[in-house]
Design a protein around this ligand. Structure first.
Ligand code: M6R
Length: 598
């Protein structure tokens, strides 16, 4: 959601900040703004729309002497998208940018009778609150007093009139410091400053950083000493590198990610002991949102198929429901949290609930500086590198790859497969990069041309293909804005077939040999109603030539990763459709990369 950047150093702050802010565009936003210190005075400039709009406005000012500032991309929560509501906010002697949601801001406002507000935001109330405690000298105390009254989440970048330092504080939403010789950065995540430094410090809740020529961190007014960490992510990984869109780059990166995951989790035909042994538990709860939830369904599918018995079973929950459902917790329960960002509010809240119940928790997470990565008992890194496109592709890939390994490990530990079988399966994992490449090289443009003007597209499948169709359909709707739904193929005639008329696209996924005959019958039913049939199938499932108008065939591999090949095809089809519809593929409307509000 919102992105925060702060800079203090020797360079032109405006240029540095705008370049960092652009790296946070992927988080989703609808307005942006910047505040720089200019001759001890603070100048605030804001704009609705893209950062380019802000940049255009900034070109009217000479800000070349400014070396300190803060900036923000806003994804509207409180109040409309307009300049008044955009950040930075300036009240009294305080200017700030805020990411998060203050739940008691109405209550806070009642304490601020002497202030008038220009915006509808909770953030402007924080600004006034800090000002109300500020005596003109003691910035840390003013911030501490203010945050002690706030309920909710916040990451703040703060400037004070007449002071040339930059301050930051956070609770329940991330804020990191980038450390470089002679300059310090403040940002919502490390990708913002990767072009300048790989060294960083993650702030913990309610630690306040004061950035002057050096930086100091305080907790409860006492200094805190923290270790500087290093990331090997490079700026190139976070840039487009010649691809037209991040989405396309990230789809292509799945080739390399599958290699990285293999070498991280498999050693000499054995599972790395870092891969959690699910057999130690009796119940596994998988929890996630959106695509992360879809990926965890893959684990459940295989656990149900091969491992469930009277003493062992698996559940999958969308995180926004998990906390509000009754659960029985004891030492035999393991909760697995699946999240690319590691910051999704509902998933994080569920993780905290499980931690407070004292059960074992695991985070399958990509951003290793994230709150989930720090708070889960065990972490399984997704190794996907920075994912910038709001719609996940490589994130889902990595999550579902790890889910499949967790199940295979379980099957091996519980002797459902022997070493020989395991090695045979792992051979297919080794071949995955070349198979992905084959899928990438197919023609999706022709199929996209046939459907990009349609209003509705339906996905169908059976078995694991149902779960793949959840993700395929989500991908299409989020980036192309075409209405799309998915159904178990067997459910078609129980209702959804009423939606099929002449030329309604029906995308049938066919990777389950055991039920493929039945799915094919269902496809014929849709075709008989005029449906425009597109099949995406593994090569060993044969179909009659007349069944589908367009037929995408992916290489045959082991069932644990067959869905990944099917998904690459779905991703590329969605991509080409969205491109023909001239959509903003990497930054779809209304969506945000990291959903930090519930
Ligand atoms: O960062 P997370 O994996 O926790 O995010 C979960 C969902 O918000 C995310 O997968 C979302 O559904 C994506 N837009 C899907 O492309």
């Amino acid at each position: 959601m919102c992105g925060i950047v702060g800079y203090r150093g020797k360079k032109n702050a405006k240029d540095v900040i705008i370049s960092c802010l652009r790296m946070l565009e992927y988080r989703g936003y609808d307005s942006s703004g910047i505040a720089v210190i200019e001759n001890k005075k603070i100048r605030v400039i804001k704009s609705v729309g893209r950062i380019d709009e802000l940049d255009k406005k900034l070109s009217r000012y000479d800000l070349s002497s400014c070396t300190c500032g803060i900036a923000h991309t806003r994804w509207a929560t409180h109040g409309k998208v307009n300049e008044e509501n955009a950040h930075p906010h300036h009240v009294g002697r305080v200017t700030l940018v805020h990411n998060g949601v203050i739940e008691n801001y109405k209550e806070v406002e009642k304490k601020l009778k002497d202030y008038t507000f220009k915006s509808e935001t909770d953030s402007e109330r924080i600004c006034a609150l800090i000002d109300s405690f500020y005596d003109g000298n003691n910035e840390i105390e003013a911030i501490n007093n203010a945050i002690s009254l706030l309920k909710g989440s916040y990451a703040l970048g703060i400037l004070f009139d007449g002071n040339d330092k930059l301050y930051g504080v956070k609770k329940d939403t991330p804020l990191v410091l980038g450390i470089n010789t002679g300059e310090t950065f403040l940002a919502s995540d490390i990708s913002a400053f990767l072009g300048y430094t790989n060294e960083y410090i993650v702030l913990d809740d309610n630690e306040i950083v004061e950035i002057g020529d050096n930086f100091n961190i305080y907790y409860n007014n006492k200094p805190v000493y923290k270790t500087i960490e290093y990331t090997d992510y490079s700026i190139e990984e976070a840039m487009k590198n010649g691809y037209e869109h991040y989405m396309l780059k990230e789809i292509n990166e799945q080739i390399d990610i599958s290699r990285k995951l293999y070498s991280k989790y498999i050693h000499d035909g054995e599972f790395s002991d870092k891969l959690i042994d699910l057999s130690k538990y009796k119940r596994i709860d998988f929890i996630g949102c959106g695509s992360a939830y879809n990926a965890s369904l893959i684990a459940k599918y295989f656990i149900d198929k091969y491992c469930t018995n009277v003493n062992f079973y698996c559940n999958c929950y969308i995180a926004s429901e998990y906390r509000y459902t009754n659960h029985y917790f004891d030492k035999d329960v393991l909760a697995v949290f699946v999240s690319q960002s590691g910051e999704t509010a509902d998933t994080l809240a569920s993780l905290r609930m499980c931690n407070s119940e004292g059960i074992d928790t695991v985070a399958i997470v990509n951003v290793l500086t994230s709150t989930m990565a720090r708070e889960a008992k065990y972490v399984l890194p997704m190794l996907a590198g920075p994912e910038i496109c709001v719609a996940t592709t490589k994130g889902y890939f990595s999550q579902s790859y790890i889910c499949s390994l967790l199940v295979l490990n379980l099957m091996y530990k519980t002797k459902k497969i022997d070493k020989e079988k395991l090695l045979e399966i792992l051979e297919e994992y080794k071949k995955l990069p070349e198979n992905i490449e084959k899928v990438i090289n197919k023609d999706y443009k022709t199929v996209a041309k046939a459907i990009y003007k349609c209003e509705d597209v339906y996905y169908i499948g059976r078995g694991i293909d149902i779960y793949s169709s959840y993700e395929g359909s989500l991908k299409l709707k989020e980036i192309s804005y075409i209405h799309s739904e998915c159904f178990g193929a067997g459910e078609l005639k129980h209702g959804p077939i009423a939606l099929i008329s002449k030329d309604t696209p029906v995308i049938a996924l066919l990777s389950e040999f055991a039920v493929s005959e039945k799915t094919i019958s269902n496809i014929y039913e849709a075709k008989a109603r005029g449906g425009l049939i597109i099949t995406i199938r593994k090569e060993s499932i044969n179909i009659d030539k007349d069944l589908s108008k367009h037929d995408i065939v992916v290489p045959l591999t082991n069932e644990f990763i067959q869905n990944l090949l099917i998904m690459v095809a779905c991703q590329l089809l969605s991509y080409e459709v969205a491109k023909l519809r001239k959509c903003d593929i990497d930054k779809p409307r209304n969506l945000s990369k990291s959903v930090t509000v519930e």
